[in-house]
Design a protein around this ligand. Structure first.
Ligand SMILES: Cc1ncc(COP(=O)(O)O)c(C=O)c1O
Length: 397
């Protein structure tokens, strides 16, 4: 026993603060049930059910065949960063210099790189609540205080610039925004984004805009707008983007950060310290994703839109559940307060009773209580089965 407790105390204080991502724990529980032979409908993890388009796979394959299987520049291949700059000109109206572009193994790590390079322990970062769990776990690991700004259903789960203004203190160093949002699918307006940039500028605070769902917008209902439009990522804005979602490339681990040169330089050195570089053949796949035929990507979005409508209409047809129609990403965030259960109770009950895996809103922050998150990165057939199972379980309450 003595040896055990001595061993425990050998871990660093930071190690005790590491929390990880709660959805991976849920996935583990669900897989255990599946191992027992249960048939589970998966609405829990935001991983596209589509295969990565073939031309992207081919590009990685020929890159490997051509010998690009070694270390490369920690900041990323010149060709890839140039392609990102061209794509940014097309999508956001400005061409960042190559020195403003950093390639990373996935977008997730950009959150850590940004916080580590911009915020000291004891300082504060404003984050959306509910928000992507990595924001919380990175801040906790770095000894930084999260200042939660609520995403309210009455405001269609968009961040209110006034709330951000009120949350600023002399310790605030960074504001994180995420549009389209995980877990709500909400999309900020250009007016709100510009107002938030104005607040950041007035207070000399950096802005991390997590734009991983920027290509996943249902155009008739919402428009994507980046706050980088204000400073072209030269002063305060750091854009985090990635290939996981829109290109169905979650397993490839490819992300891109765009920001002020001095910030990106330090983030690049941190990439070098932690992972050396992002694999070159993965970056070639990224070039193919951006430059190649976009038909498959557009088709995926059309399919997601149909699925979204089926899941939203299905959820709204269940007494006790109400669900907004989200304008982007592939998530819905229904209100379940009328069922009389807490988010955790409801998610556990639905898994046990209906064999449907969903996430409690509280996985995404305090203001997620009363909600659950479902992803529609699964077929319409599965969505229909899942909705009927949830309906039957709710009717038994
Ligand atoms: C809002 C948000 N940011 C970042 C990420 C990280 O994406 P990846 O590391 O797969 O590029 C995710 C993944 O779910 C996300 O939802």
């Amino acid at each position: 026993m003595r040896i055990m407790s001595e061993k425990k105390s050998l871990l660093s204080k930071a190690a005790y603060r590491i929390e990880g991502q709660p959805m991976f724990k849920v996935l583990e529980n669900v897989q255990k049930l599946e191992k027992k032979g249960e048939h589970i409908i998966h609405f829990e993890i935001g991983d596209p059910d589509f295969n990565t388009p073939n031309h992207i796979i081919e590009a990685a394959y020929s890159s490997m065949k051509n010998g690009e299987t070694h270390y490369t520049n920690s900041m990323g291949l010149f060709d890839f960063r140039e392609t990102v700059s061209e794509a940014t000109a097309f999508s956001r109206g400005f061409s960042p210099s190559i020195d403003q572009v950093l390639v990373t193994p996935g977008a997730n790590i950009i959150i850590y790189l940004t916080v580590k390079c911009l915020v000291n322990p004891g300082e504060e970062v404003i984050i959306p609540d509910p928000g992507f769990p990595t924001y919380y776990s990175v801040l906790k690991l770095c000894g930084v205080s999260p200042i939660r700004v609520p995403l309210r259903e009455e405001n269609k789960f968009r961040m209110n610039p006034e709330d951000i203004k009120n949350a600023i203190t002399p310790k605030t160093r960074l504001i994180i925004i995420n549009s389209p949002s995980n877990p709500t699918g909400s999309v900020m307006t250009s007016k709100e984004m510009d107002e938030i940039y104005g607040i950041a500028e007035k207070n000399g605070i950096y802005l991390l805009s997590d734009e991983i769902y920027s290509r996943m917008i249902y155009e008739e209902e919402a428009k994507f707008y980046s706050p980088s439009n204000n400073d072209f990522c030269k002063k305060l804005t750091i854009v985090a983007n990635g290939f996981s979602k829109a290109f169905a490339m979650t397993g490839w681990r490819l992300g891109v950060a765009i920001g002020p040169v001095d910030v990106i330089e330090k983030m690049g050195l941190l990439v070098q310290t932690l992972v050396s570089c992002t694999p070159p053949f993965i970056q070639r796949a990224g070039i193919a994703a951006i430059k190649g035929d976009q038909t498959e990507i557009r088709n995926m979005m059309e399919i997601y839109k149909k699925r979204r409508d089926v899941i939203v209409d299905g959820l709204n047809s269940i007494p006790g559940i109400s669900c907004l129609r989200s304008g982007g990403a592939f998530y819905v965030f229904p209100n379940i307060t009328q069922t009389g259960m807490s988010s955790d109770e409801f998610a556990n009950y639905i898994l046990d009773e209906a064999k449907v895996a969903i996430l409690p809103g509280t996985n995404f922050g305090n203001y997620g209580e009363g909600y659950v998150r479902l992803t529609y990165a699964t077929s319409i057939e599965n969505i229909k089965i899942g909705i009927e199972r949830i309906r039957n379980a709710v009717e038994k309450l």
